[in-house]
Design a protein around this ligand. Structure first.
Ligand code: AMP
Ligand code: GLY
Length: 490
């Protein structure tokens, strides 16, 4: 039995840890730093180690005989964590710093696509606002402009603009420091029209790859694709019938030439290649490469995969994908809806409201603190209907294998534990019950995206109904979520 380490702390890493933990070959999944809800699964343990400190990660791996490290976040990859681990002969799933440029530099990615004839939107690269102005004055892209920070910006560095005036405004904000150094170089693209899809393949540094699955992600904050771009507000897996619209083209015209080009230029790509593309009337065109699992697409696609996920990632890390058969998947779909904090995505001066308590509701509508209920048995620390609530809550969060219709699972991201003093009825008192102060561990929000629920069903509309019902059960003040996930697309 092996021990693995997942790097990261969000909903994507919760899903990765959950899926790895389901492997019969896995004894323990450590997550650095993880989040408290992950530990509600007994095989998962969080380690308070920052992945900004590669020495500590290396030391932890050696001390705990970690068989495989799976790196979640883009910034850890862009900073070269994989290179640090490889230097110490630690097996790791993910691309090196050089290969991670496919995502960390949109300018690098655009140049690679142009040089290799990979279908993508027309574009120009800029570092100077005066050059932007004279480019926009020519008004070359009649469908509109998309202005992007070249560097990493948590999905918040892209502005889809209808006209050159909006594009100029976005370019000056980015070059003026809206996304820090990530916006020192910008890419201005032609606006493409069409449905979008996220395609995931595993690669092992050579030409071989294994197709994992595809999902539709909802990028904007509000219904009907309104509002600013976010990291992703929801997703659903696409069916084999929908895949027939784009998959052969994406694998032949994008995945194969990209892996070949990366190898030829001495930056071989290993890990998960996530291609964000738009299906245009001329065929699929790449909007962006990502070099890691998508969030929240991962919370949707992993539940359909029947293969041992640990063995699959290990094969990619060990350059053994050439002999790997196609992934087996369940029929049906998984739909995922995200809840975010008030103020998310917090662009410009707007700040995200944090530190808000999460509450779960039992069937009679009573509010309780989620964490104590998940952690403890019936204890005096927990409020009145604790026993009922605990059962209802454990049932809510239980580690569903997604193996029957209507199954669901919550994945948590921006949360942490806060100790609070609350007033509770002292039920031990022989005389009149009286109010006493007890301490409780509350789960509070600590990030923009807070939690999401994934629902497995045979059809998407049934999955939607279950997802929106389940979302009502864990609430917080100021919460926001899209109401139209799964209504349309493709
Ligand atoms: P990116 O981070 O490059 O994927 O961009 C984020 C989102 O902006 C995409 O998911 C699209 O919704 C939108 N977008 C990016 N590039 C384009 C484009 N060339 N045309 C239309 N929409 C785009
Ligand atoms: N959901 C899009 C991303 O992870 O970049």
């Amino acid at each position: 039995m092996d021990k693995v380490l997942v790097i990261g702390q969000g909903g994507r890493e919760h899903a990765l840890a959950w899926k790895l933990a389901s492997s019969p070959h896995i004894e323990k999944v450590f997550v650095a730093p993880g989040n408290p809800a992950m530990e509600w699964d007994h095989k998962i343990k969080c380690e308070n180690i920052s992945y900004d400190n590669p020495d500590l990660i290396v030391q932890f791996c050696k001390q705990n005989q970690i068989a495989l490290v799976v790196v979640g976040p883009d910034n850890a990859l862009a900073n070269g964590l994989v290179d640090d681990l490889l230097e110490h002969s630690i097996l790791v799933f993910g691309p090196t710093k050089m290969a991670a440029q496919l995502e960390s530099s949109k300018a690098f990615a655009k140049n690679l696509m142009i040089a290799n004839g990979i279908p993508t939107a027309r574009a120009q690269i800029f570092t100077d606002i005066e050059m932007v102005k004279s480019f926009l004055d020519k008004n070359l892209y009649l469908s509109g402009y998309v202005v992007k920070a070249s560097g990493l910006a948590l999905g918040k560095g892209v502005f889809v603009c209808d006209n050159k005036e909006q594009a100029y405004q976005a370019a000056s904000q980015l070059l003026g420091g809206l996304c820090g150094q990530s916006g020192n170089t910008i890419v201005i693209e032609e606006k493409l029209i069409g449905p979008e899809v996220s395609v995931f393949v595993l690669a092992d540094g050579g030409p071989d790859f294994v197709y994992l699955g595809s999902a539709c992600d909802y990028k904007t904050l509000n219904d009907n694709d309104q509002g600013p771009n976010t990291g992703g507000m929801g997703a659903f897996t696409v069916t084999p019938q929908q895949e027939s619209l784009f998959l052969d083209d994406v694998l032949a015209q994008v995945v194969k030439p990209t892996l070949k080009a990366m190898k030829n230029q001495n930056t071989p790509f290993s890990g998960v290649l996530f291609i964000g593309c738009m299906i245009t009337p001329q065929g699929p065109k790449v909007l962006e490469y990502n070099v890691r699992f998508g969030d929240p697409e991962t919370q949707a696609i992993l539940g359909l995969i029947e293969d041992d996920f640990y063995l699959l990632l290990k094969a990619a890390a060990k350059k053994e994908l050439s002999s790997y058969p196609p992934v087996t998947k369940k029929s049906g779909v998984i739909l995922h809806v995200v809840k975010v904090s008030e103020g998310y995505p917090g662009l410009g001066d707007q700040s995200i409201k944090l530190g808000v308590a999460l509450d779960c509701f039992n069937q009679s509508g009573t509010i309780s603190s989620c964490h104590d209920i998940a952690q403890s048995g019936v204890s005096p620390q927990v409020r009145d209907q604790s026993k009922d609530n605990r059962e209802v809550f454990l049932n809510l969060i239980k580690n569903h294998p997604f193996n029957s219709f209507g199954d669901y699972k919550y994945f948590f991201s921006g949360i942490k534990i806060k100790k609070v003093e609350i007033l509770s009825k002292n039920s031990d008192a022989i005389s009149e019950p009286k109010l006493v102060t007890v301490s409780e561990s509350q789960l509070v929000t600590s990030g923009g995206r807070v939690l999401g629920v994934s629902v497995y069903h045979q059809d998407i509309q049934s999955a939607r109904l279950v997802a929106y019902e389940k979302l009502k059960l864990i609430k917080f003040q100021g919460e926001h979520f899209r109401k139209d996930i799964g209504w349309y697309r493709l």
